[in-house]
Ligand binder design. Structure first.
Ligand code: GDP
Ligand code: FO1
Length: 309
């Protein structure tokens, strides 16, 4: 079994490659739920949905989230009722959130609900939300404390970041199967996701970091920071705010206690030795995933590292 720790867009792109290299049934994806949010009375799990929609082949590829060709009539009508419409929920996407919320109200866990959605979408990889219990990523900025989606989407990540808090993470237990999957894996991939608010959140769940340190599996990370900048998203602003170096080296420092290998981009080749000094082996290659070939090639490289080839 190969286990992947995943946020949204960057991870989903990598997983598109991985399912073509390894049997989908032999992959378990542990997904961040710190970005989860409630709108219009509905439970939204953006990273879980991004991973599922991408693997189901229905994601809006341009945006990286939402469903391709979706319409926004429901949201327009909600706007008419004076509701907030800055979080763009499409009509077809809303069906997922209605179904999820309905099943949660019936008493199913988030993992059970996720599995029903996965199965209906024809996705064959196992997808586990990191916890069944709520964890909320809150950003303390110079404009006050706000939910991550408000910081990112409503305010366009323009506020200065002072602190990142994972509310509820102390009480949240890992989803049953998460720690076992890491401990028994053949290999673990830390996907190119936001190291603070996607991977950082998963690592903050009780027992996850310890399981990663203890596992006999080869643990391979892929840097989301390329040439001192994220490929997309606010990782630079969050890292800067927390006083971290915005580079593949800065990410390697965050993962140094459990990574065996770190895959960094060819534009960052000069960081190789510094990262190796942290006790991590380094591969330098093109990590930008534009085409399906890029994704498959990167997945092949990671699987070869796991299998010691
Ligand atoms: P976000 O940062 O909150 O939007 O969410 P994600 O957890 O989805 O993280 C996206 C991360 O993936 C960003 O830090 C990007 O830099 C990274 N990413 C996206 N596409 C690619 C890619 O093609 N290659 C690499 N190396 N990183 C990527
Ligand atoms: N990201 C945006 O930048 N703007 C949006 O309006 C937006 C809506 C949205 C709806 C459903 C969904 O599953 C994801 C959505 N995202 C949107 C993406 C999301 O905010 C982030 O990319 C992830 O949380 C980061 O991992």
């Amino acid at each position: 079994m190969i286990v992947a720790l995943a946020g949204g867009v960057g991870a989903a792109r990598f997983l598109q490659g991985l399912v073509r290299v390894v049997e989908p049934e032999d992959i378990t994806v542990i997904v961040n739920t710190g970005d989860d949010v409630e709108f219009h009375g509905l439970h939204i799990s953006p990273d879980v949905d991004i991973v599922l929609y991408t693997l189901a082949g229905i994601v809006d590829e341009e945006k990286g989230w939402g469903i391709k060709g979706d319409t926004f009539h429901c949201l327009e009508m909600l706007g008419l009722y004076g509701q907030e419409t800055w979080f763009k929920l499409g009509d077809r996407d809303l069906a997922t959130h209605i179904y999820r919320t309905m099943l949660l109200r019936q008493g199913l866990t988030l993992a059970e609900v996720t599995d029903r959605i996965r199965s209906a979408l024809g996705v064959r990889v196992r997808v586990l939300p990191m916890s069944n219990e709520p964890v909320r990523t809150m950003i303390l900025t110079d404009e006050g404390l706000m939910h991550f989606q408000e910081y990112l989407v409503k305010r366009g990540a323009r506020d200065r970041v002072l602190e990142v808090r994972f509310e509820g993470v102390e009480e949240a237990r890992p989803t049953p199967g998460v720690l076992e999957a890491i401990e028994e894996a053949e290999g673990v991939v830390v996907c190119p996701s936001n190291p603070i608010v996607s991977i950082g959140t998963i690592l903050a769940v009780r027992g996850v970091r310890k399981a990663l340190r203890r596992t006999a599996a080869t643990v391979v990370g892929i840097s989301p920071i390329v040439g001192g900048k994220p490929v997309k998203g606010p990782a630079d602003k969050l890292m800067e705010g927390l006083g971290l170096e915005v580079s593949a080296y800065g990410v390697a420092q965050l993962y140094q206690d459990f990574l065996d290998w770190f895959v960094i981009d060819e534009v960052d080749g000069r960081l190789k030795e510094r990262i190796e000094d942290l006790g991590i082996k380094v591969v330098v290659t093109n990590t930008i995933m534009r085409t399906l070939e890029d994704k498959v090639r990167l997945a092949e490289l990671v699987v070869d590292l796991i299998r010691g080839q």
